[in-house]
Design a protein around this ligand. Structure first.
Ligand code: FES
Length: 107
């Protein structure tokens, strides 16, 4: 098991367990974490799974593709240098202890 720490939009800390191979979005939804709506079901078409990744882990992630980069423009006002869409990141042991701050879904 891999431990993932989410900070919900109101600052609530949620420490949850993740299974290898599931996406960070799936982890958040499975545990009912607030701030991840995942409207598109994980096909990189909504940006409602936006999170700010712990800088200590950011460099361990696979680079984002052009589609994810374009989708992040939907949350331009919340976007930061460490922004990613959580449906595009697969859980592996290298992410144990990662911290993700959720800015909240914009409509
Ligand atoms: S769940 Fe829609 S972009 Fe990630």
């Amino acid at each position: 098991m891999t431990t993932i720490v989410f900070f919900e939009p109101d600052g609530t800390r949620r420490e949850v367990e993740a299974n290898p191979g599931e996406s960070l979005m799936e982890v958040a939804v499975r545990h009912g974490v607030e701030g991840v709506d995942a409207d598109c079901g994980g096909v990189c078409a909504c940006a409602t799974c936006h999170g700010h990744i712990d800088p200590a882990f950011f460099g361990r992630l696979l680079a984002m593709n052009d589609t994810e980069d374009a989708m992040l423009e939907l949350v331009e006002d919340q976007r930061a240098a460490n922004s990613r869409l959580l449906c595009q990141i697969q859980v592996g042991p290298e992410l144990d202890g990662i911290v993700i701050k959720l800015p909240g879904v914009r409509r």
